[in-house]
Design a protein around this ligand. Structure first.
Ligand code: IMP
Ligand code: MG
Length: 176
């Protein structure tokens, strides 16, 4: 199969993603039975993972989304701002922050701190990918992780490079 221009190789194929997402769904079903959790997706990257993941979870849940400015795009480094907040009242709720990939963990650590101010019962993190070698927030853990990867810039399955490649059904390494 020939790959689109800009893609060096397939890192995680469609079938492997599907199987792993199913396993995570089974785990989350056991974990959140009777807890009426709120899954919060961080737009836009998490949209594909979140929509597949929730269809593998066999217990009632709610979904909301937030959108934040990326520190990558901002001049004031490290500052992350809400571009779109959730509408759900998460006080006393079980929250699962859902991301495509955790890299430095700056984004999720800021979001987690912000959401904790609102009095949730608990906040856990689910991410399709984890790049622990790039971590800048010491000790930040992904509670439900799909795959741990080395330091590649990856695209596909929701993840982009300059807004392209989000529709690829696999995770590919970007040539750069
Ligand atoms: P952070 O460094 O953990 O704060 O990651 C912030 C965001 O950067 C992630 O949610 C992704 O949207 C994006 N990101 C990090 N690594 C990659 C990558 O390899 N490909 C595409 N997006 C990435
Ligand atoms: Mg993201």
């Amino acid at each position: 199969m020939s790959l689109p221009e800009g893609i060096e190789k397939v890192l995680i194929d469609e079938n492997s993603i599907k199987n792993r997402v199913r396993e995570l769904g089974e785990l989350l079903t056991r974990e959140y039975q009777g807890k009426d959790p709120v899954f919060i997706g961080v737009l836009k990257g998490s949209a594909v993972f979140l929509s597949d993941l929730i269809r593998e979870i066999r217990c009632p849940l709610e979904v909301d989304f937030c959108r934040v400015s990326s520190y990558r795009d901002s001049k004031s480094s490290g500052k992350i701002e809400f571009l779109g907040d959730i509408r759900t009242d998460i006080s006393d709720r079980y929250v699962v922050l859902t991301e495509d990939i955790v890299d430095t963990a700056k984004t999720l650590s800021v979001l987690k701190a912000e959401f904790y101010k609102r009095g949730p019962r608990e906040i856990k993190v689910a991410a399709l990918l984890d790049k622990p070698s790039r971590r800048e927030v010491a000790g930040f853990e992904v509670d439900y992780e799909g795959f741990r990867i080395d330091d590649h810039f990856v695209v596909g399955y929701g993840m982009d490079c300059a807004e392209k490649y989000r529709n690829l059904p696999y995770v590919g390494v970007y040539k750069g």
